[in-house]
Design a protein around this ligand. Structure first.
Ligand SMILES: [Zn+2]
Length: 488
């Protein structure tokens, strides 16, 4: 007995030792970079130009027929007038009538271009919420230290900030070594197929293979949003895939006074319920694991111990991450029933009904995996399962952290936002970057703005706005970045 106790004691001490050593070795290596002096730009004019840009109602709709393309053309004209130096010195291509591609030729042809993405389109204002805006949604009002309106966050501000950058750099006499491109699609909010998709096609057919694209998708999380409680810049290396499955049931209808034991609606809702109860497995493999490896050392002590010993705590970590919708989306392919249709009257048994379930696919899973999972979980031949629509896409490949582009982005973050930690991350939504898969070497998703909890609600929501200071800093960031990525 004594011997057994001694062995257990020894194992326990050994375990403690391993946990302690792992925790001590769990450190982050932060680059020591000197802060850069922000470029001196004409702030008032820049703010006015963004304010005016917001006033164009470049709204995208699911049906291409519903677009008011005249607003897009008027917006193109406005850009030409507002950024004359850029339009004289960069080549502008109009792609598929409403998207724009600018090319600023670099002096070194051996370097692959850097492409900066933004989109011209914005989402509509939800009908009925117009009155809730402090300033009219397309007013571009400058008040209370903010520029207000649809597109100030998502993402016209980036589009104009990029043009401010070229305007400034040309004036300053900067000559890029690496070619700089701006690619502005016109339908990002509705898949980007006709905008970014066509721009990517243009690059491909002309034999242009960019080194990297930089797009929206991630940003700096402030101390309230950041899991480390310290400002954290997240660079999206990949984004989730997307598929909607349609589940249909057909059975004999009839009078509701003599229903069968199982009805069309019963069979269908049972299938949906099973899908919800049997989610696809959670995993810390891939980018989510990379993220926790990077930020773990900066976490409070207990969390640090847990993340340093994932070989032992993986199950615990996953069960904790599953509890919040935000972190759950980072560790698994999510299941979201979004539409259900069936039935016409309260005393008639429907013969047909269907449900749509939207899955956001974690890198590592595929559209095929999701379909196989759904068939296995539903396990009912009376339910027909098929891919709905034409928007299914596998997750994007994971971009490299070991590239010139990534190095330039992280260096610029350190220079312009001193003290902010940087981590790779996963974009759980979709961006225009997915249209460039196979066309570029790497796609990074990062905007140089700080987000707090109140900002996330304004995205696609009411009272979208950007702080004047944040917008100026954004321009200064891109100026610095283009020097770092394309300079001598
Ligand atoms: Zn956007």
């Amino acid at each position: 007995m004594k011997k057994i106790l001694a062995i257990i004691g020894l194992i326990f001490v050994g375990l403690l030792l391993v946990i302690t050593v792992n925790t001590l070795l769990f450190t982050s290596d932060k680059a020591v970079v000197e802060a850069a002096v922000p470029a001196k730009i004409d702030q008032d004019s820049a703010i006015k130009r963004l304010s005016r840009a917001i006033q164009f109602k470049t709204i995208s709709h699911n049906d291409p027929e519903d677009f008011d393309y005249n607003e897009f053309l008027k917006f193109h004209d406005y850009l030409e007038k507002a950024f004359p130096i850029t339009h004289q010195n960069l080549k502008r291509y109009v792609i598929n009538k409403h998207s724009l591609l600018y090319e600023w030729k670099g002096s070194d042809e051996s370097l692959q271009p850097a492409v900066y993405l933004a989109h011209i389109d914005v989402v509509p204002v939800e009908p009925g919420t117009e009155k809730e805006w402090s300033y009219e949604a397309f007013s571009g009002e400058v008040a209370e230290g903010y520029i207000w309106g649809r597109g100030t966050m998502d993402v016209k501000s980036v589009l104009t900030a990029l043009l401010e950058t070229s305007e400034f750099l040309v004036k300053e006499g900067f000559k890029p070594k690496r070619t700089i491109c701006f690619a502005f699609g016109h339908d990002e909010e509705v898949s980007g197929k006709h905008g970014a998709g066509k721009i990517a096609e243009y690059l491909k057919t002309n034999g242009i293979r960019p080194a990297f694209t930089l797009d929206e998708g991630m940003m700096i999380l402030d101390e309230r949003l950041s899991p480390t409680k310290k400002p954290l810049a997240v660079i999206g290396l990949t984004e989730k895939g997307f598929v909607t499955l349609k589940f249909s049931v057909e059975s004999e209808g009839g009078h509701s006074s003599m229903p069968p034991l199982e009805t069309t609606l019963g069979i269908l809702t049972d299938a949906v319920s099973r899908l919800e109860k049997n989610q696809m497995p959670a995993s810390l493999k891939g980018v989510a694991g990379q993220l926790f490896d990077t930020i773990g050392p900066d976490m409070p002590f207990i969390q640090k111990v847990i993340f340093a010993n994932r070989w032992l705590t993986e199950g615990l970590v996953l069960s904790q991450l599953e509890k919040s919708n935000g972190t759950n989306a980072m560790i698994r392919t999510t299941t979201a029933p979004t539409v259900i249709r069936g039935g016409v009257q309260d005393n008639v048994l429907p013969t047909k009904a269907y449900a749509l379930v939207n899955f956001r696919i974690l890198p590592g899973d595929t559209v095929k995996d999701v379909l196989a999972h759904a068939i296995k979980v539903v396990e009912d031949p009376r339910v027909t399962i098929e891919i709905h629509g034409e928007t299914a896409s596998n997750p994007a490949p994971v971009s490299s952290m070991d590239s010139k582009g990534y190095a330039a982005i992280t260096k610029t973050i350190n220079e312009m936002f001193p003290g902010v930690s940087i981590t790779p991350g996963l974009v759980v939504g979709g961006t225009d970057s997915k249209n460039y898969i196979g066309v570029v070497d790497n796609s990074y998703r990062y905007l140089p703005v700080v987000y707090g909890p109140e900002d996330t609600k304004r995205l696609h929501g009411t009272n979208e706005r950007i702080a004047v200071d944040a917008y100026i800093k954004m321009i200064q960031f891109y100026i610095r970045l283009m020097k770092n990525a394309s300079g001598v």
